[in-house]
Structures are given as C-alpha cells and as structure tokens.
Design a protein around this ligand. Structure first.
Ligand code: AMP
Ligand code: MG
Length: 471
C-alpha cells in the first residue's frame, strides 16, 4: 500500500488538470530501483509483481492517487511560451517517506494530457533508459536530482522518425514545480495564484524562508550548488529552458543531456542547440538568466515597486559569488584540496587550460591525478608535468590528497557511447547491459576489475557527437 498525501492537488482550480494515465497493452518491468523503493517506504516485492507493474505502467491507479497534469509556461531557447504543461507526464500524487520527506510520484510517458498539444504523450525506451541511468548516477555522486523508481516497456510502439518501443519512467522528485510554473501565473497577471504557489513552495521546500525575497535567495543558492556540481562532472544538461529548471534545485528533465569525454569548454551535444546557448561553459550564465525570469515573477509579491526590483536584482546578482565558491570547493576537491584558498582557482584554471588544448578526457584526467596516470591523457605531457610540480607543492602529501580526490573524482561516468550501447541492446530486448551499467554507476567511487571498461574513453568510432531530445 502506498500512502498518498497530495498537497498540490489540493491547490485551487487553475494549477492543473485532472487526467488519468492512458493504459498500455502489455506492460513489462525493465528496472525497479529497490534502494529508492525502500527509501520511500514502498514494498519492492509488490512493486515488481503484476499489480505493481500495472501501476507503474499507468494501467491501474493506486488507492489515494489523484492523477493530474501540471500547468506551466516557460522560456524555451529565450522565447516565452505561455502555455506548456505536462504533455507526456502524469503526476500520480505525493508520498511522505518514513523520514518525513515528501516526494512526487510521476509517470513520464503516460499518454496524452490536455497539455500535449501535437504530441502523443508517450516516451520511447531510449530516453527512459537514459534518464534512469543518468539521474541515478547523479544521485549516487551527490548532485541534487530527480530520481528514477522504475522503467517499464508498454508493449506498444511509438512513432518518431521510425517505430520505437514505448516505455514509461516512474520519476520521483521533491516536486515538479519549475521556474516556468511561476511564469505561467506571472504572465497572466494572476497575483492570487502566484501568491498561493509561492506559499506552497515555501511550505514544501523552504519552510524557514520568510517570504518571496527569501524564497528567491534560497532558489539562487540551491541552483548555484547544483550547477557547480554539473560542471565538476562535465555534465551538459542540454535544454536549460525555464520550464526545465526546478525551484527545489534538483536537476530535472534529462533530455539530450550528455557528459563530455574530451574536455572542451564550449561543448554542445544537443541537436536542437544550434547556437550553443546551453553549452557546458554557458550553464552558470544561463542559470542567472533563468533566475532573473524567476525573480521577475516574484517582484509582484515583493511589493511590486522599484525597491522590489532592486531587491530582486541584488539577489539574482548574488549567484556568481555563491556559484564561484561552490565551483572552487568542487574543483579544489578534484585536485585533492579539502580547504581551498582563493589562489587555488588559478591552479585549477591552468590545468583546465592544458586539458582544453589537448581535449584531454575530462573524467580520466582528474581520476588519474591520484595514481599518476593523468599525464597519459595529454598529448603534451611536459606541460602537464610542469603544472603537476606546482600542484604537488600545493598539496604536499599525495596520500591525504588522494583521500579527498577519491570522493570528488568518479571512476566512471555514464558515457554517451555506453548509454547508446545499452539502448541498442534494450531495443533488442536485452537489458543485461543496462543492469550492468546501472550497477557500476551506483558506485562511482568504487574500483572493480569488471567495471574497468566503463572507465575508458570512447574509441574514435564510438564517439557520440549529437544527442536528441527526450521525445
Ligand atoms: P521538454 O523540454 O522536453 O521537457 O518538453 C517541453 C514540452 O513539450 C513539455 O511541455 C512537454 O510536456 C512537451 N512534450 C515533449 N514531448 C512530448 C510528447 N511526446 N507528447 C506530448 N508532449 C510532449
Ligand atoms: Mg521539460
């Protein structure tokens, strides 16, 4: 039995539309995240059985669920779209875990909703497996993120450029409330609902925040930490539209996301990001842009006068300093420095410059610092050696530094070519590669001989250069 307590569905009319998932022909469980099920207080054995799978596919509604599609708007690639909303996701409801934490349980790919526009409301297996692997890796590494509870196939095909196997992801999130949710009401001048939404978010995510200004400050802080975490992994979200930015600070909506192999600061993978708006090194700037949109939504709740605008502006402008501090903490730890000093920034930047010049592998270059293999990643190792002299002088004791690095530099990441491999096998009904990669990604700091292959950079013919939207 799952105990629901659906606080969002108790908000008044206008925040969502009641919508049921559309049943699918032949649901089959591909993956169940048992540790997460346990954390939520769910019975994993029941979930993996026929009744559980029917629920995870949207074929039956658990007691207490109040399925809804949430309304939101959003800036997509800089242009405002007043009406987006859950077009291929249905929120079943909220559960309160044994430790008191509240989570949304959402089925992504659950069929059309009133917000589907021209879409079919479905997802295919590829993006479902990708989101499952990547979001769980992010969680294992310690980056705020939505989680993946389960993946099921539907026994139906979805039509994209070709016919593809359909799937549903059960996503778990602190909430699915986005910057775009605020924009939806702000754009309509609906001050009353804006206030209700702000009150809801404060009660749910920032209970000690004193009002709209404080809410803005907290979201700025959370986003600064999350995005610094992305940067430290070479992660590129790919579609940082305001409707894909969570006010809880969790990474959300893994679409054409990717991790860099060779380091290039302006790296872009997404096929639709023609101008590199969401390139790796643009992510902190885009976060500020998005947070400025959030701030302008909150101004009406902060007095709606010049003083409110000045206050909101000041808070948004606090992002760079917060972000820089998180960045320094994350990257210094990657060099084995637990208590960074301002001058460490230059040391880190010099290494990144050398890495960029050689397109050295991002993950391997850092992971190899502890065992001396990092220099193998460079075409010009003499320059690396010169840098390493300064680095060694700074850290002094390599074994102390190695302990810090062991928790900051993952042995492996969800490499794009590995994900593609898993998806290709999954399309043939073989999920063994998925489960093997999932197990390895859940232990990002643990070395095991059978996982060595996952640490390798792609061979030239394996390199993935483009990724596509989640649809
Ligand atoms: P995204 O940027 O991928 O998170 O999606 C942007 C918007 O498109 C959201 O409102 C989605 O709900 C909607 N959308 C994406 N794919 C589909 C689909 N297959 N069917 C209906 N709506 C979709
Ligand atoms: Mg989205």
């Amino acid at each position: 039995m799952i105990r629901f307590d659906n606080s969002y569905a108790r908000l008044p009319e206008g925040f969502f539309t009641r919508t049921r998932p559309t049943p699918v022909r032949d649901p089959k469980l591909v993956a169940l995240n048992r540790p997460l099920a346990e954390r939520l207080g769910f019975d994993a054995v029941w979930l993996a059985g026929p009744e559980g799978v029917a629920m995870l596919a949207g074929n039956t509604l658990p007691e207490g669920a109040e399925p809804i599609a949430q309304a939101y708007a959003g800036h997509q690639f800089g242009g405002f779209v007043p009406q987006l909303g859950d077009g291929r996701a249905v929120l079943l409801g909220e559960v309160v875990a044994p430790d008191g934490a509240r989570f949304d349980i959402q089925l992504k790919g659950a069929g059309p909703t009133p917000f589907s526009r021209r879409g079919d409301g479905r997802a295919w297996l590829g993006p479902v497996l990708r989101e499952y692997l990547v979001s769980e890796f992010m969680a294992a590494f310690g980056i705020p993120t939505t989680r993946a509870l389960a993946a099921v196939t539907t026994g139906e095909t979805v039509i994209r450029e070709t016919l593809l196997p359909g799937a549903v992801l059960t996503r778990v999130a602190a909430s699915h409330i986005r910057v775009g949710t605020f924009e939806f009401y702000a754009a309509r001048g609906d001050r009353q609902r804006l206030q209700l939404l702000a009150d809801h978010v404060i009660a749910r995510h920032y209970p000690d925040a004193s009002g709209a200004a404080d809410l803005l400050q907290r979201v700025v802080e959370r986003q600064a930490a999350t995005i610094a975490g992305w940067m430290a992994l070479g992660f590129i979200h790919g579609v940082m539209n305001t409707d894909n930015m969570s006010v809880s600070g969790e990474t959300i909506d893994y679409g054409p996301c990717a991790f860099m192999d060779g380091y290039r600061p302006d790296k872009v993978f997404s096929s639709i990001d023609a101008h590199g708006r969401y390139a790796w090194n643009e992510q902190p700037n885009i976060a500020v842009w998005n947070l400025a949109q959030f701030a302008s939504c909150l101004v009406p709740l902060m007095g709606n006068d010049d003083a409110a605008v000045a206050e909101a502006t000041r808070i948004v402008h606090s992002f760079p300093e917060l972000y820089q501090a998180e960045w320094l903490r994350r990257f210094a730890a990657k060099l084995g420095i637990a208590a960074p000093r301002p001058e460490d920034r230059a040391l880190i930047e010099r290494l990144l410059t050398l890495m960029a010049a050689d397109e050295a592998d991002f993950t391997r270059s850092f992971a190899g610092l502890a065992d001396g293999r990092a220099r193998d990643e460079f075409k010009a190792p003499e320059q690396f050696d010169a840098w390493a002299e300064g680095w060694q002088a700074r850290i002094r004791d390599l074994s102390d530094a190695a302990q810090v690095m062991a928790r900051a530099n993952p042995c492996r990441i969800p490499r794009n070519h590995r994900i593609e491999e898993v998806i290709a096998a999954g399309r043939e009904g073989d999920y063994a590669p998925f489960h093997a990669l999932d197990a390895a990604l859940r232990a990002p700091f643990e070395d095991r001989p059978e996982w060595e292959g996952y640490a390798l950079a792609p061979q030239p013919d394996e390199i993935v250069r483009r990724t596509f939207c989640g649809t």
